[in-house]
Every structure is written in C-alpha cells, then in structure tokens.
Design a protein around this ligand. Sequence first.
Ligand SMILES: Nc1ncnc2c1ncn2[C@@H]1O[C@H](COP(=O)(O)OP(=O)(O)OP(=O)(O)O)[C@@H](O)[C@H]1O
Length: 292
Amino acid sequence: MLTLNDISLDFPTKKQVIDHLSLALDGGQIVGLVAPNGTGKTTLLRVILNELQPKEGSVTIDGLQYTSQANARRIHRKLCSFPVQDDLFNDLSGLAHLRYYCDSWGADRAKLPALIEELQMTNYVKNPVHTYSLGMRQRLCFAMVVASDAPIMLLDELMNGLDPVNVELVSKVLLRLKGQDKLLLMVSHLLPNLEAYADQVLFMQDGRFALTVLPKDARPQFLRVATGVLDEANEAKLRALGATEIGGALFIDSARVDEAAPLLKKADGSLLPFAIGPQSLVDHYHVVYGEG
Ligand SMILES: Nc1ncnc2c1ncn2[C@@H]1O[C@H](COP(=O)(O)OP(=O)(O)OP(=O)(O)O)[C@@H](O)[C@H]1O
C-alpha cells in the first residue's frame, strides 16, 4: 500500500535527516513512528505527502509515484494527514470542517452523524471553532481525518492535549479504522498508548529505522528484577547469565529463569520482587536513545 524506496533527504542546515530509508506497509495496521524531538519524523511524513522532495529515492502508494500532477492528485485522494490546529477556521463550525474534508476526499457525508456521536462531539460540533477548548479542537482535527475516509492516515501527535478519557475514545476509533483495512501511521511520544494498540513501532535514528518492535505478545520474554534490591554477588552472577541493564532493572532471557531464580532468594528464603514479560516500548526507547 505504502512503500518508501531508498529515500534520502538533506536540509541545507542538517544533512542526512533521512538516509537511505526503505519501508513497505500494508493496510489494516497501526504503525507507530517514534524518535526524540528533531529526529525527522515530521520530515518523513512530509516526504510521503510530497511536501518535501527527497534528493534520492521515491514514494509509491498503491503503485503510483509522484511523477506527474495527475498522479499527485490521485495519490492525495488516498492519503489524509492530521491537520494542525492553526489550519482550522475559527469562525466556521466543526461540522463545516467535517463536511469540507468529506467533500475534498469524495467521502460520504451520510457517515458524519455516526462519527460525531462516536467522538462525542454532538453538543459542540455546530458551534464556531473559536469557542472550542484545545482538546475539543484536537478531537475535531481527528474527526476531519476520519471523515476523509482515506485508506492511509498520517497522524502526527494526534493524542496531544487529549485527556485520558479522550485518548481512550480516539484509540477505539483507531482500532475500528484498522478493522476497515486503513493504514494508520502515528507519530507519538506517548509510548504506553502505542504499546496498547500498535501493530509495529518503528524507532527512527540517524535517518533510518534503528529498530522495529512488534506487539507485546510477539516479543521475547524476560525475567526483570530491579538492580537496587540485589546483593552484589548475586547481581554479578545474573550479569554473567547474560542479563542486560535498562533503566535500573536487569533483564534475563526467560530461557535462563531456572538458573536465575535461586539468585533472587533472600537470606530468609523469600524471593525478591521480579516480573516476567517482554521489554516495554519505554525499555526499548532507553536502549536505542540512551538513558538520558
Ligand atoms: N524546512 C526545514 N528547513 C531546515 N531544517 C529543517 C526543516 N524542517 C525540519 N528541519 C530540521 O530537520 C530535523 C528534523 O525535523 P523534524 O521536524 O522532522 O523532527 P521530528 O522528529 O518531527 O521532531 P519533533 O518530535 O520535535 O516534532 C530537525 O533538526 C529540524 O530542525
């Protein structure tokens, strides 16, 4: 559905923001794009949208490339990106914005009432946007993307400014869209939220994808114990079993649990607190970008 073919991009003041990056994504999935500020996530989305042209490589969407204006128009019917709040017209209602997105992408206006209800916007959608709070605007921006019904949705910082109830509401809609075979590419710093529903999370570093993390149930299992609670000798033995330290905890491959378990025993025979499970996205973030 979306293919990035060996893309590289420089800015005059920053070279190799994207460096020979390739990726192929099918529909029916939620893909997280994660990296520290200033790494190149938004730049990558702008390349996909053809707002920036790479110095090398190409974007292919459903077999089409940005080789002509006619192709660009066809591609843009298949893509919708999350508007920034400054793109909203303060004197127009939310409903007018939703109708505009529907019409621009050739989507069905008849689906709007259900969407408005689903995102709990009924009591304010007819009011002008200048009366909206930050979170209400953010929900409207999301509703506009959903209203487009485009097969690929590029969602940059979608959850910003949303309270936990609205994060849950929006997450439910994301899962519904995934079920309709959409490709949802989400730039987010909210790792626990991505942890809950992303089908894969791409960690970007030095212009490339340094790591791809799959959902929790597809990741290797580890025994996890905090370093602070271990005595020195046992900690050294756990490290000798190949334990890695991330964020003040040791992770030991679950295949070595039998060897590790005796080292978790305290003098009175009880066990130190431990957990068995996969490394979290936050753990992976620390590994890729350091602890700082
Ligand atoms: N139009 C531009 N001209 C010059 N440099 C730019 C331009 N756009 C982005 N950059 C630089 O490219 C780098 C990547 O920026 P980008 O906005 O893609 O990062 P990001 O990962 O989306 O960051 P954030 O998490 O802060 O949104 C930064 O160093 C930024 O200063």
